[in-house]
Design a protein around this ligand. Structure first.
Ligand SMILES: [Zn+2]
Length: 363
């Protein structure tokens, strides 16, 4: 994720160009400086356009955007709470006419990640007024530059399997069985074996797990069979933007709580609640996906590999601790990754440690 910061000098009323590429929606970017105590505008994901679908969201009880990638987003200090860490995110398409809403300006493309201040209708209206000063000069639709848009966001396009696929052969099944995974895991996660691939030769001979979001396969990750003598343990579809995806999100969405793991095999251990970052960090997009998947303030459990408890897991914890969702950081015994445990012990560790910090989990 690329971020650059622009802090306008308070003495100048003239808009200045930020360093780096011109913002996709320059007028919106400038207007944000009218918001009280904004603290300067930070641009995240410069040049990337928003992707998503407009759909009926049962949680919200109304039509809303299901955003796959926020793309370029402007971050300021939220004027409605004590935020000093630029946790009010405003998408570059904020204020654009929404065809699905009869051309009404889109006011929902902003979120306060500190105290969820924009859940409140009056706050949404007030923010819109501050930005566009509608009382004085009417609402002008901000213009989005087409020229600056990069193609990064399109990497989440639907994809297919890496090559010639077949059901898992016996030696792959017995390898999984050694690790405590059986036919139910294979079926649930649609695991297949890559026989050969002209396009991705390194995928051949691996167990391939499809990465699916909103019902569409958008990527895959291959697990080597055995100890990884023939190359790395994991081989992910080249150029797949892991930071835009959460593995198994469709299954975990809306459950009574969610568990964030690092890798896909951790998720296989806790299929109903688990999601994988496909790494040790949580990107802006992954935060949005997670927040949207648990809108009723369900608890979020961070269950990374134990050696990251006081660094990577701690960093994620700090980033999202202002959410309405209770956050619990679970620590597993040293040297014991979630996938190494059996289902019951893993679930028990999560339930026990959550209850111990006052977050009883409804299972
Ligand atoms: Zn706020």
């Amino acid at each position: 994720m690329s971020i650059y910061v622009f802090r306008p000098s308070s003495s100048s009323s003239q808009a200045a160009d930020p360093p780096g590429p011109r913002p996709l929606c320059f007028s919106l970017y400038q207007y944000l400086r009218k918001v009280p105590k904004n603290g300067g505008v930070i641009i995240a994901n410069p040049g990337e356009t928003m992707t998503g679908t407009y759909a009926y969201g049962p949680a919200a009880g109304q039509h809303r955007w299901l955003i796959a990638n926020w793309g370029e987003t402007y971050r300021i200090n939220c004027p409605f709470c004590s935020d000093t860490r630029h946790r009010l995110w405003i998408n570059h398409r904020y204020g654009q006419p929404d065809a699905a809403m009869g051309g009404q300006p889109m006011k929902a493309l902003a979120i306060c990640f500190n105290e969820d201040c924009l859940k409140d209708y009056d706050n949404r209206e007030q923010l819109f007024e501050w930005i566009f000063e509608i009382r004085r000069r009417g609402y002008e639709v901000p213009r989005i530059s087409e020229a600056g848009v990069t193609q990064a966001a399109t990497c989440l396009a639907p994809c297919t399997w890496p090559g010639d696929m077949c059901p898992l052969p016996d030696f792959a099944l017995s390898y999984l069985a050694q690790r405590g995974f059986y036919a139910d895991t294979v079926q649930r996660f649609d695991l297949r074996f890559c026989v050969r691939s002209a396009e991705f030769p390194s995928a051949a001979g691996r167990i391939i797990a499809p990465i699916v979001m909103h019902g569409t396969m958008i990527g895959w990750q291959g697990r080597s069979i055995g100890d990884g003598t023939y190359g790395p343990k994991y081989y992910t579809k080249p150029q797949f933007p892991k930071r835009m995806a959460l593995y198994n999100l469709d299954a975990a969405r809306g459950r009574s709580f969610g568990v964030v793991f690092e890798g896909i095999t951790d998720v296989w251990r806790l299929p109903g609640y688990g999601m994988a970052l496909l790494g040790k960090t949580m990107s802006l997009q992954q935060q949005v996906l997670l927040r949207e998947a648990f809108p009723e303030a369900q608890p979020i459990i961070l269950c990374l590999d134990p050696e990251t408890w006081d660094n990577c897991a701690m960093k994620i914890h700090e980033m999202i601790q202002g959410w309405p969702n209770p956050i619990v950081r679970v620590k597993l015994p040293d040297g014991c990754d979630p996938a190494d445990m059996d289902h019951a012990s893993l679930l028990n560790a999560i339930l026990t440690q959550s209850a111990a910090v006052g977050v009883p989990l409804p299972v």
